[in-house]
Design a protein around this ligand. Structure first.
Ligand SMILES: NC(=O)c1ccc[n+]([C@@H]2O[C@H](COP(=O)([O-])OP(=O)(O)OC[C@H]3O[C@@H](n4cnc5c(N)ncnc54)[C@H](O)[C@@H]3O)[C@@H](O)[C@H]2O)c1
Length: 306
């Protein structure tokens, strides 16, 4: 298959590109390099440095003629979306819509969309949270990611464009950006290895479902191979507190430090863990990497680069 991966130079997208190449598919990438990096891409993969909203994207479709579009490009930070909701929506809603229009115009057979379980369910009424739980996003980022899910549904009805939405839990692993508004695991490891004191927001008892990026990439391969449509949670079903995570990473990095403490951040849910049984039933996907093993690999990766 010929697959166009948007956001393929980013953290998760680059692992998806590798997994597709490893299973024998042809891949091209669209990425502005806003947060992605050319070095994340395996050699030989064609990179089109074009914005989702740029008319030049039409030419990319004409040239690459993708059968499948895998959509990972996004403004991916909840914190940035709180400061700049319009900027977030411009990329995540309007940019996504521009992409879907081109998928229809160029006869794309299937879209795979990277959405979020962590930011769509809000403070969920049931844990682990399954896909039928009402959406109640508590950040502009969550609203925008959910809006594109709804457009995908409408495009399926209006234009017969099939799609699979993968709602990720908190993804971690090699190549995650450890700066600024990054994922907590990358931030903690980076700070600990440099002898700095990471900050825990709130009481640290807040929980997340941490899923390894290799498992997420495999979900994208299975979503390509299956003809299942609709929405699937991709997580582990295991709830881990930030305090627990801190202790595990302190042990793995040999960091003696205690965390700095700061007030809880607005817009962040307190507990988050996904029910992933539907993905097991319909896509044949289950997570394979334990948190301890995944953290170990991630610490090794960061250590080798410092
Ligand atoms: N990291 C997580 O835990 C997580 C959880 C749930 C969902 N997601 C989703 O997964 C996807 C990838 O996230 P990530 O963590 O790898 O972030 P990332 O920032 O590393 O990847 C996003 C990529 O999109 C590119 N991009 C940004 N704006 C663009 C535009 N207008 N046009 C073209 N390219 C653009 C960036 O340069 C970057 O390479 C996003 O859609 C995000 O919403 C991530």
């Amino acid at each position: 298959m010929k697959i166009l991966v948007t956001g393929g130079a980013g953290f998760i997208g680059s692992h998806v590109v590798e997994a597709y190449l490893a299973t024998g598919h042809a891949v091209a990438v669209v990425d502005t390099l806003a947060t992605g990096r050319r070095e994340n891409l395996p050699p030989g993969v064609r990179l089109h440095q074009v914005d989702l909203r740029d008319e030049a994207l039409d030419g990319v479709f004409a040239e690459e003629r993708p059968e499948v579009v895998n959509h990972h490009a996004a403004q991916a930070s909840v914190a940035v979306s709180l400061r700049d909701p319009r900027g977030d929506a411009a990329v995540n809603v309007i940019g996504g819509l521009c992409l879907l229009e081109l998928c229809v115009r160029h006869g794309v057979r299937r879209v795979i969309y990277a959405s979020t379980g962590g930011a769509i369910y809000g403070d969920a009424a049931s844990l682990p949270t399954d896909e039928r739980h009402p959406a109640a996003p508590s950040s502009p980022y969550g609203v925008a990611k959910y809006a594109l899910e709804q457009y995908l549904h409408a495009f399926r009805v209006m234009h017969g464009l099939p799609s699979v939405t993968l709602r990720y839990a908190n993804v971690y692993g090699p190549r995650q950006d450890p700066h600024g508004e990054a994922g907590v695991i990358a931030l903690f490891i980076h700070a600990m290895l440099r002898g700095e004191q990471p900050t825990v927001f709130g009481d640290g008892a807040q929980t997340r479902d941490f899923v390894g990026v290799e498992d997420v990439a495999r979900a994208n391969v299975l979503a390509l191979q299956s003809d299942a449509a609709g929405v699937f949670n991709i997580g582990t079903g295991v709830e881990t507190s930030v305090n627990d995570l801190f202790a595990r990473l302190a042990a793995l990095t040999g960091s003696p430090g205690r965390p700095a403490r700061a007030p809880a951040r607005p817009g962040e849910v307190y507990r988050s863990v996904l029910d992933v049984r539907l993905a097991a039933e319909r896509l044949g996907w289950t997570p394979q990497v334990s948190l301890q093993e995944g953290l170990h690999r991630t610490v090794d990766w960061f250590r080798a680069r410092l």
